[in-house]
Design a binder for this molecule. Sequence first.
Ligand SMILES: NC(=O)c1ccc[n+]([C@@H]2O[C@H](COP(=O)([O-])OP(=O)(O)OC[C@H]3O[C@@H](n4cnc5c(N)ncnc54)[C@H](O)[C@@H]3O)[C@@H](O)[C@H]2O)c1
Length: 442
Amino acid sequence: MKEQMLPAKGKLGILLPGLGAVASTMIAGVIATRKGLSKPVGSLTQTGHIELGEGKGDRNPLIKDFVPLASLEDVVFGGWDIYEDNVYEAASNARVLDQELLKSIKPELEAIKPMKAVFDRSYVRNLDGTFYKQTATKWDAAQELIKDIENFKKENKVSRVVIVWTGSTEKYLEQSAVHESIASFEAGLKNNDVAIAPSMIYAYAAVSQGIPFINGAPNLTTDIPAIVQLANKTKTAIGGKDFKTGQTLMKTVVAPGLAARSLGVSGWYSTNILGNRDGLVLDDEQNFKTKEVSKLGVLEDILRPDLHPDLYGELYHKIRINYYPPHGDNKESWDNIDIFGWLNYKMQIKINFLCRDSILAAPLVLDLALFADLAQRAGMYGVQDWLSFYLKAPQSKDGAPVENDIFKQLNTLKEVLRNMMQEPTSEPGTLKHTLEVEEAIR
Ligand SMILES: NC(=O)c1ccc[n+]([C@@H]2O[C@H](COP(=O)([O-])OP(=O)(O)OC[C@H]3O[C@@H](n4cnc5c(N)ncnc54)[C@H](O)[C@@H]3O)[C@@H](O)[C@H]2O)c1
């Protein structure tokens, strides 16, 4: 595999549908890092190490020195939005980063202007932007996106492109007949099927051209048979969904610890407040439902009540998100966890996380983009479930069980990287991925 992997030659375009808080924070962070103004904290690709050898800790290189990732110097950004603001304006409006930092990189941020989006207000009712394409059909919209990508490649002289969805959460949608196959999906694009969401049109445009696509929101997007089949056909890496930040990050850190000690959990109540545009979108019941479904599965997958009915069989799990403008992007979350120990004696854990949503999400966008590009060059296509470390509701491959335990997810990710570089692997749980990597290169 090592020999067959294409090198990270030339520039890499990272295209982002949705140039809002998360996207602008990520772009600003990369530019600030390149200029030596800041450090890429929270990014595994930039600061993480990987243990090699026989477990003696003798070799521990940086991940970016071990696998041939695109360098930050070679990354170019672009994207789409329904508001015409350039990235400097978007970052200023988002009020995540301080003005002093933004001013020091103003020319670079101002130069990144959105392309006209593909949008359908019925999917995001709380937004009123008007900067979007007017096309007769969804098929035409996909063709225009393909042209946008081609133009971006030419204008910026990039050799490769990856797309990460950083757009708003769309309303709740269940899989239906139009999503079943490439043929039904293409027919649906041509006859404007209402069940084809804008994010799916972006995913179709990208994957049909062999461009990796990762979904950072909880929408179905790539998690439908039509896009999975297309990814296999065009040999394209895809993945999703929903960046694992904030409260869910904490949940997937704490729950494995409780399970490791065989402590029981009878209730887990999670509530949070946030006041950014994402919070405004999630204030609509239909959009909140998409998020709720993505967040709910996590505990069951980690605690496995089916295997431990005495410990987790009665678990009551509730999640609330409330829009609260004064807090802006600074989300505050509270978790009340009712646990029980020896002889069923009850205890409680309270977690109050005062986080910054986009500060937690930005490095994940960067890492996902760089790893998706790496996977594509390594010939790994279809659902990249080894990237589930970054995701709240990981898309599984061929119906395989989903792993939500963050520590197991990290092991898997590193095992896949070792395997790519033909280093001995040690984790039995990753044998499946190892075989897949080998299959991909044959
Ligand atoms: N910040 C986090 O911690 C976090 C965690 C998990 C998931 N997410 C998801 O990431 C996404 C981005 O979050 P954010 O805080 O940047 O939100 P945001 O509202 O600041 O940015 C989203 C942008 O997408 C644009 N948009 C909406 N529909 C579009 C379309 N069809 N095409 C192009 N642009 C479109 C909006 O105009 C907006 O500018 C959301 O879906 C959010 O749920 C964020």
